[in-house]
Design a protein around this ligand. Sequence first.
Ligand SMILES: Nc1ncnc2c1ncn2[C@@H]1O[C@H](COP(=O)(O)OP(=O)(O)O)[C@@H](O)[C@H]1O
Ligand SMILES: [Mg+2]
Length: 229
Amino acid sequence: MIRAYLALLEEMDRRRRCNQLTAYRPYERQTEFHAAGATNRERLFMAGNQLGKTRAGGAEWAMHLTGRYPDWWAGKVFDRPVRLWAAGVTGEGTRDNPQRVLVGPPQQQSEWGTGMIPADAIAGTVMGRGAPGALDSVVVRWGGGGDVQAGESVLSFKSYEKGREKWQGETLHGVWFDEEPPLDIYSEGLTRTNATEGITIVTFTPLLGMSDVVLRFLTAEAVERIGKP
Ligand SMILES: Nc1ncnc2c1ncn2[C@@H]1O[C@H](COP(=O)(O)OP(=O)(O)O)[C@@H](O)[C@H]1O
Ligand SMILES: [Mg+2]
């Protein structure tokens, strides 16, 4: 009896851990951030530490990659498999933030599939050649429900430290900047998404004050208000 019960608990725990995407319920600011994607190609989620920026970015990226949009979704929808990038400042930062939230604990390969991309949607992973445990890319099963033809999306991880040259090349549907990128990298990423009418998201904690990328998103009045009580 007890053994059967423990096995059941273990199975429930496994399902919960492999089900992050369906369990995701955005906070109010996360909801606003997602919804803004329906009408804006470029979005900035600026908030203090630990307020759910990386989780919001991860949840939205997992939806686009899998095509599994929840009933309540009011944001951007792609009707085909996508090519997305997710990037941080360094290889380690990308691994410990976007990769961890999307795939699971970087150092425990047996736990990959416990992040926002459900285990059953991960068709393959390609290791990077930089930081230990850092992935180069993930192949994700897209669609296949109802009469929609199944396909494959590809997520690649990038970092700003590699410089703008590494950011040139392929056409993308979306680029996620987790933490603020230098303007030349941001522009390069945005250019990658032009042909698809794709999107960019920036999730960022204002530690270093207002830079040129952040100022792109603020109105003159908002800039006026900064620093005033
Ligand atoms: N909608 C949500 N529901 C439940 N937990 C959340 C939600 N959004 C964020 N969290 C949790 O809050 C913590 C901080 O989130 P995170 O995205 O890492 O913050 P940030 O990137 O803003 O520093 C994490 O433990 C995350 O799992
Ligand atoms: Mg974060």
